[in-house]
Design a protein around this ligand. Structure first.
Ligand code: PRX
Length: 638
């Protein structure tokens, strides 16, 4: 098997800089690679902080991902393989996907869904999720996918923010051999989200479910009256394609809005550069479609390129720890894209199980969601990639729509440095700056910012332009604030160093401390709470809660269980706290802000540092004492 070829970094940097110097010219050329129903009049209108890309142009995402492929040999190639943890399988050719998407789109029209309407999708990892997304955008409606691991409250919050009237759900999801009662969660959510008029239920099993007359309809009944063809509506480039909620520094999730034209142009080009994706690719991204990684990597980008997508429903190591390697071998996966948390989990299982499988189809490995440390990188490179597949460590965010910093084997493969996402993509003007917004010196830690607009950037936050300005454009004048720390080394390579703000990364999932605190204080006996992320060797971070109890309550294990239950109810299992500590006081500044930084350093057994703004030193002593006691108890248990 051929080994990856590396090229000197200089040539690529010159190209990257050239592209970034004249972004309009550069992105116009890239936009020509898609088929447009109407050419744009203007490449970019930039009224900071709002960018309009390819103004006047018209296109349709569903057409580009499916119909276009029917006029070539792609028509009968596999577009989508699906498999669940139990080994049930399905396969759809591009033609079959086209049929299903058209019928789904017709069903939506029959339900009265029109251009601009929001459709909420609360579905597990099943082909109908891809089909529903493509059907929604085919008629110019806007999808909001809500991760099916979210609780009823989290679902209700998202529905209410979009004021959607139609919800698509499934009876159940499947994980670790158990059904997750999704329809039941929907029923609970809709008590707090009354705007929903119709619920379409995709019934996968014979499980009994509650159906509310007049509101709930079965997909399999509705589809019988659906037409075979619905015209893909030519949509303005700036028409929103989707809204996707993500966590920020306040309790309320942010509805990130992505455009049709800019987003599609951006992901089309970047997936070619980063993954060298082609007709021959069998592309497997292990993320859930409920996150931006899944939107871009399981649905839009691979289908734009006419590749074959693999979709898997279930836990990575269930029913046995070989499950993923078995899948790579079985489907001849060529591009494999996963998270450092998953890799670290597999490292624990050892190498022997991997050696049993033929992974020689793999060409490129990807990593996303958190920094990958050199040890994990080395293990991935050797054991999964057989020392011949480059690893693309891709840095991006829900807000950026697509990958921003990564090696680009599809253009030129620069020497890789384990732990670095390497260089910004062509057209991306990334920089590391100090508190004043000036570029820092080599190897000095600073804020990662983007200095020029790019086509994949969010259009804004749904119904909230002020929050958009405040969150991304108020810290530094004229610079997009990513909320990440980074350094640049002597070769200009970027090294990501984690979040600057109150955002947590737990097993790659993004959660806000304020969001979790909001859930904790829903427990009737909690007066106040502070949440921090404590570094964890596998999951990146764990959620640690400090809670002050209301008068009359005493610290007890059953109260901890109640808090866990409340968090799972308000957000979902991904936000389950790992440790809960009861205290009488929280360290606060004189102006009343909780000093989470101080809590974190105590948890990490580090010196607390500057305490000049602290209101009451006794709070620190108490936290230290509580934590010491906790460590003693844990020691005894071990
Ligand atoms: O902190 C960065 C981290 O994930 C954040 C974005 O999270 P989300 O919007 O959920 O999107 C995740 C995947 C696109 C970033 O602000 N992050 C993402 N990729 C990397 C990363 N940190 C280090 N290295 C990466 N490759």
């Amino acid at each position: 098997m051929e080994k990856a070829k590396f090229y000197p970094v200089k040539g690529y940097i010159d190209f990257q800089k050239g592209a970034t110097a004249d972004i309009e010219r550069f992105w116009e050329k890239e936009a020509e690679k898609l088929e447009w129903f109407k050419h744009w009049d203007k490449v970019l209108e930039w009224e900071e902080p709002f960018a309009k890309w390819f103004v006047g142009g018209k296109l349709n995402a569903s057409y580009l991902c499916i119909d276009r492929h029917l006029y070539s040999w792609h028509k009968n190639k596999v577009a989508l393989y699906w498999e669940d943890e139990a080994g049930n399988t399905k396969a759809y050719s591009y033609f079959q996907l086209y049929r299903e998407v058209n019928k789904f789109a017709s069903m939506l029209e029959n339900l009265g869904v029109k251009k601009g309407d929001r459709v909420v999708l609360y579905l597990p990892m099943i082909p109908e999720l891809t089909i529903a997304m493509l059907a929604t955008v085919r008629i110019g409606a806007i999808h909001t996918v809500v991760f099916s691991g979210y609780s009823s409250q989290a679902l209700a919050d998202r529905i209410n923010d979009t004021s959607a009237e139609v919800l698509i759900a499934a009876d159940v999801g499947l994980r670790r051999g158990k059904y997750i009662p999704l329809k039941q969660i929907v029923d609970e959510a809709l008590k707090a989200a009354p705007a929903i008029k119709k619920v379409v239920v995709i019934k996968r099993t014979k499980e009994e479910i509650n159906m509310v007359a007049g509101r709930d309809l079965l997909y399999h009944d509705l589809i019988r009256d659906a037409k075979d063809y619905v015209e893909p509506k030519p949509m303005e480039s700036m028409h929103p394609l989707f809204i996707l909620y993500t966590s920020g520094t306040t309790g309320k999730p942010k509805g990130v809005v992505h455009s049709t034209g800019g987003y599609l142009v951006y992901i089309n080009s970047t997936y070619k550069w980063v993954f060298d994706i082609s007709d021959e690719s069998v592309y497997w991204c292990t993320a859930d479609v409920g996150w931006v990684t899944g939107h871009t990597s399981i649905v839009y980008a691979p289908l734009l390129h006419g590749a074959t997508v693999l979709m898997y429903e279930g836990a990575p190591d269930y029913p046995h720890p070989d499950r993923w390697w078995e899948m790579i071998e079985k489907y001849g996966v060529t591009i494999f894209y996963t998270s450092p948390t998953a890799i670290k989990m597999f490292m624990r299982y050892g190498d022997e199980r991997i050696k049993k499988h033929n992974l020689s189809s793999l060409k490129i490995l990807g990593s996303v969601g958190e920094a990958i440390n050199p040890e994990v990188w080395g293990w991935y490179y050797k054991n999964i990639g057989g020392e011949r597949c480059p690893i693309v460590d891709t840095w991006w965010q829900t807000e950026t729509g697509g990958i921003m910093i990564s090696p680009v084997p599809g253009i030129e493969l620069v020497p890789l440095k384990p732990g670095s996402a390497t260089l910004p993509l062509p057209g991306i003007d990334a920089e590391v700056v100090d508190e004043e917004g000036n570029p820092v010196d080599t190897s000095v830690k600073g804020h990662l910012v983007i200095r020029k607009p790019w086509p994949g950037m969010l259009m804004g936050l749904y119904n909230n332009p002020e929050r958009y300005k405040e969150a991304y454009w108020s810290k530094f004048k004229g610079l997009f604030y990513t909320g990440d720390y980074a350094t640049k080394d002597e070769d200009g390579y970027f090294w990501l160093l984690g979040r600057t703000d109150e955002v947590l990364k737990v097993a790659g999932h993004r959660l806000g401390t304020a969001e979790v605190e909001g859930a904790v204080v829903e427990a009737p006996f909690v007066a106040e709470a502070a949440v921090i992320g404590k570094p964890d060797p596998i999951k990146g971070e764990n959620i640690i809660v400090f809670a002050i109890l209301k008068e009359g309550y005493k610290p007890a294990d059953n109260l901890k269980q109640e808090i866990i239950k409340e968090v799972r109810k308000q957000i979902g299992p991904i936000a389950t706290p790992q440790e809960i500590h009861f205290v009488d006081k929280l360290p606060k500044t004189r102006s009343g802000k909780i000093m989470r930084r101080v809590l974190k350093t105590i948890m990490m057994d580090k010196p607390v540092g500057d305490l000049s703004t602290l209101e009451d030193e006794a709070s620190i002593d108490e936290v230290k004492a509580v934590y010491e006691e906790f460590k003693q108890v844990m020691k005894k248990k071990a």
